[in-house]
Write a protein that binds this ligand. Sequence first.
Ligand SMILES: [Zn+2]
Length: 404
Amino acid sequence: MRSYGSSSFGKPIKMKFILPLLTAGLFVLSSAAQPVARTKHLFIITIDGFRWQEVFTGADPLLIGNSDYVRDTGLSKQLYWDSSAEARRQKLLPFFWGTIARQGRLYGNRLLGNKVNVRNFYKISYPGYNEIFTGHTDAISSPNLAIPNKNVNVLEYLNNTAEYHGKVAVFTSWNVFPFILNGQRSGLPVNSGYEPLCEQGDSAAGLIDSVMTTMRPSKTRHDQLTYLSAREYITQHHPSVLFLGFGETDEHAHQGRYDLYLQQAADIDRMIADLWYMVQTDPYYKDSTTFLITTDHGRGWKPNKWCTHGFWAQGSGDIWMAVLGPDIQPEGELRMHAQVYQKQIAATIARLLGDPAGPGHPPGKPIAVPAVAPLAGLPLRSATAPTGAPAAPATGVALAVQSR
Ligand SMILES: [Zn+2]
């Protein structure tokens, strides 16, 4: 554990000040031996191919009025338009900008110089999720095909620890996740595509399953059904680590339907708000659950390229990340110039849970997520400045969240 602080330069420090400083330093170091974090549970949520542009500036002025992409431009504008970007993003994503912005952190507003980027060459889904969950950016022979991933993922690492064994669950809309997460090797319970819950004696699960049997076969399940399945599983089994992968934003974008892409994003924001309300009103999860929300890739930034993504479409590597939880120092959208990468997210996930599989598993340097002050009566974290010391800047680069 390291404690970073600003030092004084130029003037020699008088000896009489050194002893108190050393004492303070020792106190912080000894406290760091017993760090305390409140996060016991982590929900990782992904919104497939959802651009940073919409996260930080709401509906795109060059797209929302374009009848090639929006069926009813007047109605879409009524729902999501405002001349101010702040008002637009609030209209589109009220949970992001009402709750996460107040209580959490949002990385990736490139207009402020804060950047999150994909590191893999492809900038499409399989390599993106591989990067998020394994920390690897290796060449993939047939990207996006249902081929078992050779890389070990962070959920697998967690599931192999005593603390989280049997407490990890995955619910995704896209049906390639059993291969990306190599469910056969990892043994993770991965519910993807139109896969039923099959919960004995659970009438709600039975209802969700019966609705799914009526759906037209597709590689991507309706996000609402994925969400309802996950929600029912959470109610019944209380997993500690959950990955919830939404997929329809990417589907609507590929179809060139900017109106439906916005509708879906707003719906996902509402589902995440519902999930947050659910955990914060359940004593098992309340004030001990962190959400990490991100995307697998960006999309083209040019008005005629927003539907697509890949190494050929400029902007596809530009992404974002949001965190919200009891240990997270609230900062809203980060305003400092910084660059982090998707391949750091796997290690960040492990770090938020206190690196239970040991440092370096999975590989990568965690993204710095500054922590709030410790609970009253509990030992100080090493990230907390000693009393009387200048407050450390809440920049997202100076301090790291502490292990539990
Ligand atoms: Zn796509």
